[in-house]
Ligand binder design. Structure first.
Ligand SMILES: NC(=O)c1ccc[n+]([C@@H]2O[C@H](COP(=O)([O-])OP(=O)(O)OC[C@H]3O[C@@H](n4cnc5c(N)ncnc54)[C@H](O)[C@@H]3O)[C@@H](O)[C@H]2O)c1
Ligand SMILES: [Zn+2]
Ligand SMILES: [Zn+2]
Length: 362
């Protein structure tokens, strides 16, 4: 029977979010209902609320979550009720041209639940990134559930469901950081600090953190930054070059979502270096006006990074093991734990730069 639970809804562009009663259908074929235990507040939720992703209001926000499978629909084999899972927003289909060529991390046809969650008046909700987990329970495609070691705490495990995975993968997978590399990370929120932690895990010897905010730079050092550059008090390109022997970094990661910062990351690279863009632009943003000779003359690569090019079934369990072994400080990303009613306030704290991650614990 359909159930009614509480969920955080964005009804219109820029309007404060509200906690509403939402209706969760029983899982249909290939679907699962998950009892959400924790869900991080990601900047992408704020982008949704502000109309920066699309206009399909009302949105059921939240997408960085861990919980326990409550029920599964017919034909579900990858998870069972009781499994502790991290939700992912790129479930692989197994059938598209990318999956068939053995590169499921680039799956073209990511899928979500086909049934809809609604408000009590029947208004269909658009779940953020096909998840919608600022809610007591949510309906997802079973492939969006990745079982991991239940010894992990939900508040930290859930972070792998989006921002922390995107950042770790931006350096370890998309940027392919190698031992001895120099890395610069522009924007040290949850995503950027995860990129720093990933660069450290991969063996980078110089890791330059760039941000406008001294608090963020101090936190970045805790994740492994060896140098910091405050972009509000000087040219960050020169700052990165100064920290890398005058050459620029092998891998520059843009984790803000800003064309000016992408341009800085482009010019802060060493010859043949890689720029990874993990920050999400708005539809209005244009690519920076870069002379083609600079693109050609510097060589290297420009690589957008969706979800850190992760493969949830491969990467979530292994990253959870690394964190349980004390080799990946996932718990450091949790600045505070909050309730569903405090998501709007958490957006403001995020905008003021006071937190890395606020995590709703249910
Ligand atoms: N590609 C993906 O798969 C993916 C996944 C999750 C989040 N994201 C995106 O990553 C970005 C970062 O997310 P977050 O949750 O870490 O956000 P956040 O707001 O916590 O962090 C952004 C950081 O950038 C800094 N910043 C802002 N302007 C800057 C500038 N001009 N120069 C240097 N630093 C600047 C801020 O001070 C802040 O520390 C967002 O755009 C988010 O939507 C992408
Ligand atoms: Zn596929
Ligand atoms: Zn996110």
């Amino acid at each position: 029977m359909a159930q009614q639970v509480r969920g955080v809804v964005a009804r219109g562009k820029g309007q404060p979010v509200t906690v509403e009663t939402i209706v969760i259908p029983d899982p249909g074929p290939g679907e699962a209902v998950v009892k959400v235990q924790a869900c991080g507040v990601c900047h992408t939720d704020l982008h949704y609320r502000d109309g920066g992703i699309n206009d399909d209001f009302p949105f059921l926000l939240g997408h960085e979550a861990a919980g326990v499978v409550e029920a599964v629909g017919p034909g579900v084999t990858n998870v069972a009720p009781g499994d502790f899972v991290i939700l992912n927003w790129r479930a692989v289909c197994g059938n598209c041209r990318s999956c068939k060529r053995g590169k499921p991390q680039y799956c073209f046809s990511t899928f979500n639940a086909t049934q809809k969650m609604t408000l009590t008046d029947g208004t269909v909700l658009s779940p953020a990134l096909g998840i919608g987990s600022f809610a007591d329970k949510t309906l997802v495609a079973a492939g969006q559930c990745t079982p991991v070691n239940p010894a992990a705490s939900p508040a930290t495990a859930g972070l792998l469901g989006c921002g922390v995975m995107a950042g770790l993968g931006a350096s370890m997978l998309t940027g392919n950081v190698q031992r001895g590399d120099t890395v610069a990370v522009f924007g040290c929120g949850g995503v950027g600090d995860a990129a720093i932690a990933g660069a450290k895990l991969a063996g980078a010897t110089t890791i330059v953190a760039v941000d406008l905010d001294e608090r963020k730079l101090a936190w970045a050092r805790e994740f492994g930054a060896t140098h910091t550059v405050n972009a509000s008090s000087g040219d960050p390109v020169e700052g990165v070059k100064a920290a890398t022997g005058g050459f620029g970094a092998d891998v520059c990661i843009e984790a803000v979502g800003n064309p000016k910062v992408l341009e800085q990351a482009f010019f802060a690279r060493d010859l043949a270096g890689t720029v990874v863009q993990v920050g999400v632009p708005t539809p209005q943003m244009r690519f920076p006006d870069i002379a083609m000779i600079d693109f050609f003359g510097r060589g290297g690569a420009l690589k957008p990074s969706w979800y850190g090019d992760c493969l949830p079934s491969r990467d979530f369990p292994l990253l959870i093991e690394l964190s349980l072994q004390g080799r990946l400080p996932l718990d450091k990303f949790v600045s505070e734990t909050i309730t569903l009613d405090q998501v709007e306030a958490a957006f403001h704290r995020m905008e003021r730069g006071e937190v890395l991650r606020s995590v709703v614990v249910l």
